[in-house]
Design a binder for this molecule. Structure first.
Ligand SMILES: [Zn+2]
Length: 151
């Protein structure tokens, strides 16, 4: 029998903030937004057309509370409508983590804190009946992003 247990690594959404995949505001292709809390700069660089933007993240001590794409008002690249909501991932790592979670038959939650992003996901992610369509959606996003890796 395939071991499909999922081990919650207790990741928080902010663990994925460092590199955010977005649609380039210039050409709509994939661009990457990142924020550096040391230099207090956020940067957006397009992998296709070379478009790049930079801005200050400001003095907010809450830098890590904000994902980098918010500094540019850019649309997330890994995002798809699902029923009356939507599924999104900040980057491939995030998407694969979600895939692993949804695909798992048996879920292990260690030391529930109420703060990990799995615990905070909208209800539809946890509903067994949504497993298949969600995995299909993730497969579509992976294809769009050119991700071949499967966890
Ligand atoms: Zn571009």
């Amino acid at each position: 029998m395939k071991d499909s247990r999922f081990r919650d690594e207790n990741k928080r959404l902010s663990d994925f903030y460092r590199e955010i995949w977005v649609h380039c505001p210039a050409c709509e292709e994939k661009a990457i937004a990142s924020a550096d809390t040391v230099s207090k700069t956020a940067r957006l660089v397009c992998t296709q057309c070379g478009h790049n933007q930079e801005c200050s993240t400001g003095d907010a001590s809450s830098n890590w509370i904000m994902a980098a794409h918010n500094f540019f008002d850019a649309e997330l690249f890994l995002k798809a409508d699902f029923k009356d909501s939507y599924l999104f991932a900040y980057n491939p790592e995030h998407l694969l983590y979600l895939e692993k979670y949804i695909a798992a038959g048996l879920r292990e939650h260690h030391n529930r804190t109420g703060f990990t992003f799995l615990e905070k996901l909208p209800k539809f992610y946890h509903e067994a009946g949504n497993r298949k369509p969600l995995l299909a959606l993730i497969a579509k996003l992976k294809k769009k992003a050119g991700i071949k890796y499967t966890p």
